[in-house]
Design a protein around this ligand. Structure first.
Ligand SMILES: NC(=O)c1ccc[n+]([C@@H]2O[C@H](COP(=O)([O-])OP(=O)(O)OC[C@H]3O[C@@H](n4cnc5c(N)ncnc54)[C@H](OP(=O)(O)O)[C@@H]3O)[C@@H](O)[C@H]2O)c1
Length: 365
């Protein structure tokens, strides 16, 4: 933004036509004031302008309307992983995205070329003059502040894509006749095309009052996903499980790859070797249930094998110890519920796990 000190000076400019010089100078000053965010002709209180027209602030927006049987006019704030993939999926499904807001010119351009939006803005505010459904696809921590800086017009709805936040975080953006909701796809958005494909068959958790929820359910179905409504108060648990299934599983894979390196495998080698074992285990769990799918030394009470693993971890992969111990404790609990584990064996294994954590050298500060 331009500072006052940067405004054009008052010194007369040399020229043959002093009137033209004055007009040029005035235009230059006005442009500088506008660039500095100063409105020289503010709309009266309770109203706002579009071009030369002045409207009362509570008149119905946006100025782009969908037809009676058409999807709403959509705008997405945030051209990151979720915003872009959702934009692509919606547009391909016949729910075109009209506008995008992203502060980053590169991301804005990428979004526009992939999604084919009509309007692209650096700031989110202008989107409110353009669309009926505003999708905030910004980081969880930015949602509340962003909602607090926006004010919807009657007839509009705003949703976010966070799994961690409830729809109520959008309340500051509400005005009479507006609605808020949430649309959380249970997909790991690591790559745009892979995420668009993964949306087909994925679950999307929906929040909103009945009218909005019904529209969001149609939107989820249009992109091939299954809409679900969660019971009140359960969203955090639902999302924590999703975080374990996606990021938590990647942490587990990383630990597997670290141990694979000790055995001489690179990452691709580990994925090639342990991938089928993981897929087989998932298949077993689907077919037999989680408890019945448990295999390994903890189910048999193989204390000697556990001891060997803990010694190797301490020597060659100490960073994996915490995860191994946490998983082993859970496996022992599970094996006990199957009734197949001798109590002495489970007790001995728990002692070994506790001792391994205690023997671990203190991390260097
Ligand atoms: N990633 C996933 O797998 C996943 C899955 C389901 C749900 N979600 C949820 O979807 C939301 C977006 O996640 P994401 O992974 O797409 O994040 P992301 O890739 O980091 O993209 C976030 C976008 O929001 C913009 N942004 C950041 N801070 C902002 C602010 N203060 N005001 C306005 N815009 C801001 C970013 O910057 P620019 O404006 O500079 O472009 C970017 O375009 C989150 O609520 C997340 O929990 C994520």
């Amino acid at each position: 933004m331009r500072a006052w000190g940067d405004l054009p000076g008052d010194d007369p400019k040399p020229g043959d036509d002093p009137k033209k010089d004055q007009a040029d100078e005035r235009a230059e000053k006005e442009a500088a004031l506008e660039a500095a965010g100063i409105d020289l002709d503010p709309a009266p209180p309770g109203s706002h302008r579009h071009g030369d027209e002045t409207h009362p602030s509570d008149h119905v927006h946006p100025h782009v309307h969908s037809g009676p049987d058409e999807p709403p006019v959509i705008g997405i704030v945030g051209a990151g992983a979720v915003g872009t993939a959702l934009g692509v999926a919606l547009t391909r499904a016949g729910w075109p995205v009209h506008a995008v807001a992203s502060r980053d010119a590169g991301r804005r351009e990428r979004f526009s070329s992939l999604v084919g939006v009509t309007r692209a803005f650096a700031d989110p505010e202008p989107i409110l003059d353009e669309v009926e459904l505003i999708i905030l696809a910004v980081p969880d921590d930015a949602v509340a502040e962003l909602a607090g800086s926006l004010r919807m017009y009657s007839g509009q709805a705003m949703i976010h894509t966070s799994g961690a936040l409830g729809a109520e975080v959008l309340a500051p953006a509400m005005a009479a006749g507006t609605q808020i909701g949430a649309f959380h796809p249970l997909v790991a958005f690591a790559d745009t095309e892979r995420a668009v494909a993964a949306l087909r068959g994925a679950t999307i958790a929906i929040e909103g009052d009945d009218q909005l929820a019904s529209m969001l359910a149609d939107m989820a179905e249009a992109i091939g996903a299954t809409p679900v409504r969660l019971a009140p108060g359960t969203k955090a648990a639902y999302h924590a499980a999703a975080v374990l299934a996606a990021g938590g599983f990647i942490a587990l894979l990383d630990a597997i790859a670290e141990l694979g390196r000790v055995a001489g495998l690179d990452e691709a080698g580990s994925l090639a070797i342990y991938g089928p074992l993981i897929e087989g285990t998932l298949g077993n769990a689907r077919a037999l249930g989680i408890r019945a799918a448990l295999t390994g030394p903890m189910t048999r009470g193989d204390v000697g094998t556990l001891e060997a693993h803990l010694a190797t971890l301490a020597a060659y992969a100490p960073g994996v110890l915490d995860l191994y111990v946490a998983a082993a404790r859970r496996e022992i609990d599970l094996a006990e519920t199957r009734g197949a584990l001798a109590p002495e064996a489970s007790e001995k294994m728990r002692e070994l796990l506790a001792a391994a954590l205690q023997a671990r050298p203190e991390p260097v500060p």
